[in-house]
Unconditional design. Sequence first.
Length: 546
Amino acid sequence: QLDAKKTDLEGAELALHQFKKDHDVLSLALEDKQNIVASSLEKYNADLADSRKTQIEVQARLDQLRAALVADPLEAGSSAISSSPTVTTLRNKYREKASEAQALEVRYGGAHPEMLAAKRELDSLRVQIRGEIEVMIRSAEADLREARQTEVGLRREIDKMQDAGHRLNQQEIKYNALERQKANQANLYGMLLERTTTTDLMHLFEVVPVQILDRALKPTSPVSPKVTLNVAAGIMMGLLLGLGMALLVARMDRTIQSFEDVEALGVTVLGVLPTIESEDGAARQPRLRLAKKKKGKAPPTETSPRDLIVHTRPRSTFAESCRTVRTNLLFKAAQGSLKTLAITSAGPLEGKTTVAVSLAVSIAQSGKRVLLVDTDLRRPRLHRIFGVGTDVGMTSVLVGEATVEDVAKATEVPGLSLIPCGPVPPNPSELLHGANFDNFLKEASARYDRVVFDSPPLGAVTDAAVIAPQVDGTVVVVRANRTRRDSARGTLRRLTDVGANIFGAVVNDALPNDNRYGYGGYYYYGGHRYGYGEGESGEDERAAAE
């Protein structure tokens, strides 16, 4: 306690010293500073009173001069006029000349040359008197302005002194508090020191009896470290830390995680597409080519089998999932017309092109005549999937250079035709807004049973928002564990704002063993993979349906 009180006393002394240093109390006491401020305030107030008195006097003189100027300056008898020797001399001279002029008028008449000269001299004297009075007015106005400026400066100084006085009062309060704290700590320390000294002196003369209560025993095991306890505590802390990190990661992950996350957006889930798996990790699948090519067009090129898995592997789980989406979509649209359908997503790399191709192939496999149109006019991909050139396509129709029959290309998929993007335009949104797009919809709807549009992501550009209200329905693709919930919600809101008919959402790239999407039992039954025939149970190689 003695050391603690000593530390408290030193802290109080240091705080008081720092306060004096910060507020310059070392060179001049607070009381002296307050006296200086009070003296300055007294002087400034006296000067302010003198300035106000001067203003009143100058204003009175100015009023008299202005009144004399308005009235007859020769007859004005104010003190302001009388105090000017020049005006007094001119007025006396005017009176003398006026008397002489009267005598001349009596003697010679008003038209005599001498009489006329006397009148001119009187007029000149009158002008001089008025001019002198105007000079006096300007001088009085200058004096009044100076007095007012002096008053403003004095008031400013008075405000400064008052602020300084308030600050000094606050400093005095703080200073007195620190002084009291220092005094209290000093008293406590003195009392404690005195009592400690007395106790030490008493111990010098006191004989303390010593008695052995327990004999010391040699320990048989180390006191520290306690290995068993430490290992158990470490395991427990590791488990708790791992659980906490897992909960934190799950909490921070804002992507689509489950079937319920999609339904929470207020949209119908048309189906869930699993991650596309290769049939054999090393084997290469056959590549699809166009059924025919027109003269002058680029030769077809090979493409990845992933986008056309519904055609190349119709027994795969992905193909069956696409047929489920097709069934749900057609059932939902059974009450109304479904001729034209747009496929979009919130952002890129979420699989909307693969879903559009797979859904178009699936509908064509049901015996319908289907037209697949690439309206992603900024980053088209269908021409690479089907291996066609880009010299003509959808943009050619939109600018009026071609018709549906000119640009539609048949594929190896029975019943499926393709219209690629064509030359990439500088103004995609303006083309989609034009009347040619409406004419295209009418012509394509008349020629085909279903028209599927691969639209650009709505989160990146506005093209999909232009297409959506013009077609019969729109399907939004969300990618599991990638699409953010807020992005999907914003996409649905933008589609609703433009009046689009949203049929539902398709969850893409769901893991086969992820029960959150309802596919755990679909992929596995009794410990074995569910399939349609041989060749479906090879080693899986995951590939996202992008």
